[in-house]
Ligand binder design. Structure first.
Ligand SMILES: *Cc1c(COP(=O)(O)O)cnc(C)c1O
Length: 319
């Protein structure tokens, strides 16, 4: 799984108006439908799973439209590793866009009610699951554990070969991706890079501690990063029709597709920050396109988005 994703220059009237340069790291193109950052986070988790003789599968957690579950199912299929998805919700979701693919790639699904799902981080529940599936390596929801960090850090290694930059922006959900970027960035000290996370969920101030907890010791003192928590647009997977319009317009202008849960919120934050005069003249900004385009399939399926407006991913039924 060696990856080198493209870096592309973006053009937009607001960029010239505010005298900034914007490039985008296309982790969404790592694979036609596998989410970029989940792929990166899984890399060393799967290396670990394969290396240990007493492990012969991977078990993880997700909602019924989870990018992580989707990516895990495919990665395990590709590497011939058995996998189990513990899914929040009812078995009827097994036929939705995301989980049809997961099953297609051989993932075994276990549906749990919302109350049980809430225990996914509790050590007692994990111990029980581990007893039930002793040969399975348990990866937390979203794939955000310590093994995720070196995989995401490779984004920085690649970027350093591709460009100079001042600010790197990424959407933030659980914080694993941001932690990987911070750990990978050695520029701290001469502070020539700033890493800026855009929280996609509401009330996300706790994320600072979650990110710190994931950082390896030598990166815990890095202070060239920040999480902006005012750009969630109402909460996780919430957005207005105006938000949708602005993301679509941005896609038309730049020629890059986004989705409104993660990458689209980063785009909206960028546009708002530009208008607020947040960036200095001449600033070189890189956006990390974290992928997640499969998520559009479920949103179109549920009528939340209109198929004609978005880069509709291929459904499993047409395989
Ligand atoms: C999960 C996800 C994120 C958030 O990553 P975290 O490591 O959980 O912060 C961002 N973008 C996409 C497309 C995702 O699927």
């Amino acid at each position: 799984m060696t990856i080198l994703s493209d870096l592309q220059q973006l053009h937009h009237p607001l960029f010239s108006q505010h005298n900034v340069q914007v490039k985008i790291k296309r982790d969404d193109l790592i694979h036609p439908i596998i989410s970029g950052n989940k792929w990166r986070k899984l890399k060393y988790n799967l290396v670990h799973a394969k290396k240990h003789r007493n492990i012969n599968g991977v078990l993880s957690f997700g909602g019924s439209y989870s990018n992580h579950i989707h990516a895990l199912a495919f990665a395990c299929y590709q590497q011939n590793i058995p996998c189990i998805g513990v899914i929040r919700g009812e078995a009827i979701y097994a036929n939705n866009f995301t989980l049809s693919w997961a099953r297609h790639w051989g993932m075994k699904l276990i549906f749990v009610d919302r109350k049980t799902y809430k225990c996914r981080h509790d050590s007692q529940y994990i111990t029980l699951l581990q007893q039930e599936y002793p040969a399975y390596f348990i990866v937390p929801e979203g794939g955000s554990n310590e093994l995720a960090v070196p995989g995401v850090a490779e984004v920085i290694t690649e970027l350093n070969q591709q460009t100079e930059f001042d600010t790197l922006m990424t959407p933030v959900g659980s914080g694993g991706t941001l932690a990987g970027l911070i750990a990978g960035d050695k520029s701290n000290g001469n502070t020539d890079h700033k890493i800026l996370g855009i929280a996609v969920l509401k009330g996300a101030d706790y994320l600072v501690n979650d990110v710190k907890a994931l950082l390896p010791v030598q990166a815990k003192k890095h202070n060239n990063w920040q999480i902006l928590t005012n750009f969630h647009r109402g909460g996780y997977a919430k957005f207005s029709s105006d938000d949708v319009m602005r993301i679509m317009e941005f896609s038309q202008t730049t020629g890059v597709d986004f989705e409104p849960v993660y990458s689209g919120k980063m785009v909206l934050a960028l546009l708002d920050l530009l208008e607020q005069g947040y960036f200095k003249a001449g600033e070189k900004i890189v956006l990390l396109h974290t992928g997640g385009m499969q998520g559009l399939g479920g949103m179109i399926e549920r009528g939340i988005l209109n198929a004609k407006d978005w880069a509709t991913p291929k459904s499993c039924d047409n395989e």
